[in-house]
Design a protein around this ligand. Sequence first.
Ligand code: NA7
Length: 562
Amino acid sequence: MAESPAIDALVVGAGMGGIYSTYRLSRMGFNVHCIERGSDVGGTWYWNTYPGAMSDTETYLYRFSWDKEDLQTYPWTHHYVYQPEILEYIQHVVKRHDLRKYMHFNCQMESATWDESICRWRIVCSDRTFFARYLITAVGILAKVKYPKIAGLETFEGDILHTARWDHNVDLKQKKVGVIGNGSSGVQVMTAIAPIVRELVSFQRHPQYSVPSCQGPVSPEYRQKINENYDKIWESVFESSVGFGHKESTRKTMEATPEERQQAFQDVWDKGNGFRFLFGAFGDLTTNEEANEEACKFIRGKIDEIVKDRRKASILKPKELYARRPLCDSGYYDMFNRNNVDVVDLKANPIKEITAKGVKLSDGSVHELDILILATGFDALVGSYSRVCVKGREGKTLKDHWEYGPTAYGGVSCPGFPNMFLVGGPQGPFSNFPPSIESEVDFIMKCIEHAEATSDDDQEYVNGSRNDQANGKGDERSSGVARLSKKQRRVMEVTAEAESAWSEHCQSIASGSVFVKSPSWLFGENIPGRKVNVGSFYFGGLKLYRDWVKREVSEGFPGFHE
Ligand code: NA7
């Protein structure tokens, strides 16, 4: 196995978080490498290639904010981007900034161990070992696929497809298709394939609230307006709570008259987007159950209007609060008006088993299928870390650290894991993902700059190692590291107290929100046996997160050891 020379930083993952981290570190003059277990860049958008896969952030904001020229010139045609275009955009960014030269594909991190004697992470990968001073894990929040445990699944004789591992060789045309799961992935895949399959059955456990996306082509005038205002637009995104580019209301739902409420909901329904619906009409839908129920009534009313078949409409109408990650769609409810589409209420009639021929329900009925699609989601947040053994100081593992639920200071740092930074880790901001990733990476880079600034004595060593790298010379682990002085071994490591305070802060904000009232992947409740962790995200919003980062930086990183 190849043993790579010691490097300044290793980035794990070449999705949007890993790409931005690699970009920043390379521009800071670091000797950075980026490994990716897939065969190319893209992360989520490399793996999730099912029909209909689309970002529900509007196109102009599903971008990196830091390359204005590219923002203004890169072509896009519709209000939302589908997976192939997102992947192309990501590949384009990597090419434009010449980042591929730092990347190793088909390379999986297997373990990472902090080596106190050399003040570095020893990262063992499938085909090489790195010794890195900084370890940045951008391994994806929704990367570990969740397969359901259903009796007899392996006996099914047709094709089984998971939305996150799509096999494009399987032809859906005129096939009898069943879909288990109706989250974002299920809603998108069903809406996309309904017109081409012979029969489509949605095996639905919890019904979902979904609003129109209002996908459609953009006019040249619209694009020009965006281009002219990009600076202001990003400014307002970073000053907002969820970062989706729409106005966030502060108006209280119950202070409006019933007519005003109806109109306000209708306005955001007409404009489209789940986040706009949840945060744009009123400011208290996620904190006040009575207000939330008003939104529920509105959407249930829409389902009744749209879906003609009363039985289907009744199954599709959620009874719980509107308290999961909001969804939007391109005609999901309307799809059930097609004669070839049906929905089965698994709450009333659960799946008994999967047989060779299809899905057998508890009442004994069997739905014969050619293809079974699993849109059953992910082991979110911690799932990606369960594949690897990360050992920090004194042999403490990340698994030990997360025994009572995943935590990370500002979403990026854990006590006992020096110089390791997580992108998209637990307790990061719950918002539109690209600006959330950028905010975290910006914080991480500030931490690294701070660590470097406190190591002035390093200059000779650091320059030496970089020169060695540039000259293609040997392994500084045996040469350079021996020259390290105590001062040079300063690292960024958060204190246990600071992390617990952050964690309590996350829990207290989440406890005041309706999100915790509905079981979902946000709190790990989709994984049987997993302890529910209400503090798994920071629900304070993007602006407050960034304000907190600014304070942390200006006050000299009080959360970290001296
Ligand atoms: P989600 O949102 O976790 O949805 C998974 C769906 O699969 C959901 O409807 C689940 O029903 C259903 N599910 C999971 N296991 C089973 C079993 N055993 N039986 C029946 N139904 C099951 O994943 P997605 O991929 O759609 O979306 C994840 C995120 O990606 C999304 O929020 C966006 O941020 C992008 P349940 O609701 O648990 O009853």
